[in-house]
Design a protein around this ligand. Structure first.
Ligand SMILES: C[S@@+](CC[C@H](N)C(=O)[O-])C[C@H]1O[C@@H](n2cnc3c(N)ncnc32)[C@H](O)[C@@H]1O
Length: 276
């Protein structure tokens, strides 16, 4: 594992990745917001807020009176979050802060004050997810909620199986491990809450699959191709997956996405706890 970079974000932050992340938000946010069941007036902390679409979704639900603070480690992501917010006429909706989930940039008076601390697709990208959850637990008041949503990459099923995909997906999983990140962190969410002194109250899935014929299916396929493509440097470099095999498998996957009988089965792991 290369030492030095403290945020080993596998997907990077170039324009095509930011488009993929925006597309992903379009597919998931309604379901996530429903499950989060926020109530008006709450103070919410969004850790690893990315391009901020979900932070803004949350802010619309809790205003007036509520407040969302979005913490993001990458300046480019934060700049794009601010840009998208302004473009949507929502420049003041969320308070954006540059900072590390492992050492949250909160003011002294803000600790133990938030009603909800939320992180989606973040724990899989840090080397010490337990530290992030610990920080989130400290950020919420007694009785406040900590909500974690993350991936367990073993859960993915494609049917009919595209030839070459299983090998490519395993190499993609190994890329996380190469970066010292846990590709299966989703299954550990309840344990992470408990380790942080939080009382787990819910373990769940958000279905994140689709099939040919569904209007959104092409966007699901694009997301799947996008997550793998953005990891190309690691997968074909240090992981040693042959470039030709990588390109061939993605070509097959693109074709598979146009079949009339293709289906993606996936679930986003969800766990929720309360600070005693
Ligand atoms: C896959 S994106 C998810 C963004 C957002 N939560 C969402 O669901 O759309 C992960 C984000 O976490 C950020 N990130 C990674 N490590 C971080 C850290 N240690 N502290 C804060 N943000 C981090 C990345 O820069 C990236 O923007």
């Amino acid at each position: 594992m290369p030492k030095g970079k403290s945020h080993p974000y596998i997907h990077g932050t170039d324009r095509s990745e930011q488009r993929r992340l925006s597309n992903l938000n379009g597919l998931l946010n309604r379901a996530c917001l429903r499950e989060l069941a926020l109530i008006g007036g709450e103070m919410v902390l969004d850790v690893g807020s990315g391009l901020g679409q979900f932070a803004r979704d949350m802010a619309r639900v809790i205003r007036p009176g509520g407040r969302v603070v979005g913490i993001e480690a990458d300046e480019k992501q934060l700049a794009e979050a601010r840009h998208q917010a302004r473009a949507a006429g929502e420049g003041g909706l969320v308070e954006w802060r540059l900072g590390d989930a492992l050492a949250l940039p909160l003011k002294k008076v803000e600790w133990a004050r938030f009603d909800v601390a939320h992180a989606r697709f973040v724990l899989e990208h840090v080397r010490e997810p337990e530290r992030v959850v610990d920080q989130m637990a400290r950020a919420v008041r007694r009785g406040g909620r900590i909500v974690l949503e993350d991936d367990d990459h073993q859960v993915l099923r494609l049917w009919p199986e595209p030839p070459g995909f299983a090998e490519l997906w395993q190499a993609y999983i190994r890329a996380y491990q190469y970066l010292d990140c846990d590709p299966f962190v989703g299954r550990r969410l309840v344990a992470l809450l408990q380790q942080a002194g939080v009382r787990p109250i819910r373990n769940d899935w958000i279905f994140f699959g689709s099939c040919a014929g569904d209007r959104e299916f092409p966007a699901f396929v694009r997301n799947l191709i996008g997550v793998i493509e953005t990891a190309r440097t690691v997968v074909t470099g240090p992981i040693g997956f042959p470039v030709k095999q990588f390109d061939d498998a993605l070509r097959v996957l693109r074709r598979w996405g146009r079949r009339p009988d293709s289906a993606i089965w996936y679930g986003l792991c969800w766990a929720e706890g309360v600070r005693p």
